[in-house]
Write a protein that binds this ligand. Sequence first.
Ligand code: URA
Length: 189
Amino acid sequence: MAPGPRLAALADLAAGCTRCPLAATRTQVVFGVGDPDADLMFVGEAPGRDEDLRGEPFVGRSGRLLDRLLDEELGIDRSAVYIANVVKCRPPDNRDPRPDEIAACRPYLAEQVELIAPTVVVTLGNFATKLLLDTDQGITAMRGAAYPVGGVQYVPTFHPAAALRGGGVVLAQMRADFVRAKQLIGLAP
Ligand code: URA
């Protein structure tokens, strides 16, 4: 079966998930969005308030910055990539996701990566980077390189919220990381 229908079946399964306590407080599961055949995938941390209400990842302020960087550095929009999060349900009050929540949700993300089989996964921030690269190193130490694991190139970069807080220097580093991803998917020399 093609990745699209299999992803849709997985999303249907996730929609009723009760594997962790976030099920009790979410409005809806925010599974992921985009092209199931994408060469490029982005993984964030967890849905926030806007995402919980809309059912789509990265639709608030961080999402607008992600969309801008996709446009300005790669010349594409979000429909050309796939976007997901480490945990699929909003942690109350936007607190950090807890280890048990990350562990419960991990199989969904692993299957998303396997079905989409992207060339490049950009990990946005510490949670996605630590989980997918199985490291304790923080994003500042990890970014600036690509890490091949299981046929996928992982490109860690800051979470867009860090650029919204941290300003120009963080944003410039994010731009460089997006260019690295662009080169790895063959969109740039
Ligand atoms: N931050 C994330 O990590 N993911 C979202 O979907 C929105 C904000």
